[in-house]
Design a protein around this ligand. Structure first.
Ligand code: LP5
Ligand code: MN
Length: 238
């Protein structure tokens, strides 16, 4: 069985979500051969020295404990935690993989992504994304003291929350042409992503072929995952 989760937005201020994550790791996730974390595991991550925070270290160790029992953990980054690096991956005993990832899932070619790259109508966000995903920009950012990085991240979070109130709802959803292009680029019949917090199973036709797009739920105090095995695909919660 394979599990897919995203958008936990773990932070010390959301204790219920952190508890839900630990219960999920000790419970349902242990039945999975693979756990795929599709981005925004953390509320924000300003560099792997964020492991110096007891909260972040504890969450990371909880992932490593699951991996220790035999579940393979794969992490894709999101728009909040794109600075997760190899030090984190080592501490979590997880594999850090760059999106898009293509896997064969129950015989179906399936493309995995966080989902933000599909939101091409959000032009301001895509410009911001291009900037902060630039390796030179990241190196410069990571060279700042941790306290400065935390301040910048907190400012950006506030700006983002304010900005979203002014953005139309459909601008913050995926763009149909971007979705179609991603299906075709990878010859995939299935897609799994998060980011939009609009959990659903969408059926559609792209280039004359039937496709399915599964959107994961965010957490907010409760564990939500997609599980896939021979008995089928199902969105579950705890
Ligand atoms: O995250 P969420 O759900 O609120 O909204 C996202 C998009 N916002 C973001 C920004 C993050 O929330 C900010 C936190 C990142 C922490 C990373 C820390 C380490 C790196 C610091 C990097 C500087 O991703 C939001 C989308 C929304 O999803 C829906 O898809 O609309 O997009 C924005 O808010 C982007 C704005 O529209 C444009 C922001 C311009 C700011 C320009 C500052 C340039 C950077 C300078 C940094 C020193
Ligand atoms: Mn996101």
């Amino acid at each position: 069985m394979q599990h897919f989760i995203s958008d936990l937005h773990l932070c010390p201020e959301q204790a219920e979500t952190a508890q839900a994550f630990q219960a999920y790791l000790r419970g349902p996730a242990a039945d999975a051969s693979d756990l795929w974390i599709l981005g925004d595991l953390f509320e924000y991550w300003t560099g792997d020295d964020d492991l110096s925070s007891p909260f972040h270290a504890e969450m990371t160790a909880a992932i490593a404990a699951l991996a220790g029992t035999g579940t393979q953990v794969h992490v894709l980054v999101g728009n909040r935690d794109f600075l997760l690096g190899q030090t984190f991956a080592g501490a979590a005993a997880a594999e850090l993989v760059a999106e898009p990832v293509c896997i064969k899932l129950m015989g179906e070619m399936t493309v995995l992504m966080h989902g933000d790259a599909l939101c091409t109508d959000d032009v301001a966000y895509q410009q911001f994304r291009a900037l902060v995903r630039n390796p030179a920009w990241q190196a410069q950012f990571l060279a700042q003291p941790q306290a400065v990085r935390h301040k910048i991240a907190a400012d950006l979070r506030a700006k983002s929350e304010m900005g979203k109130q002014e953005k139309a709802d459909d601008i913050m959803d995926v763009n149909a042409a971007a979705v179609a292009a991603a299906f075709d680029a990878h010859a995939a019949s299935r897609m799994i992503h998060g980011h939009t917090h609009r959990p659903a199973r969408h059926t559609l036709t792209v280039s004359g072929l039937p496709r399915e797009r599964w959107v994961l739920a965010d957490w907010h105090g409760r564990a939500n995952w997609l599980q896939v095995d021979r008995s089928g695909w199902a969105l579950r919660s705890l």
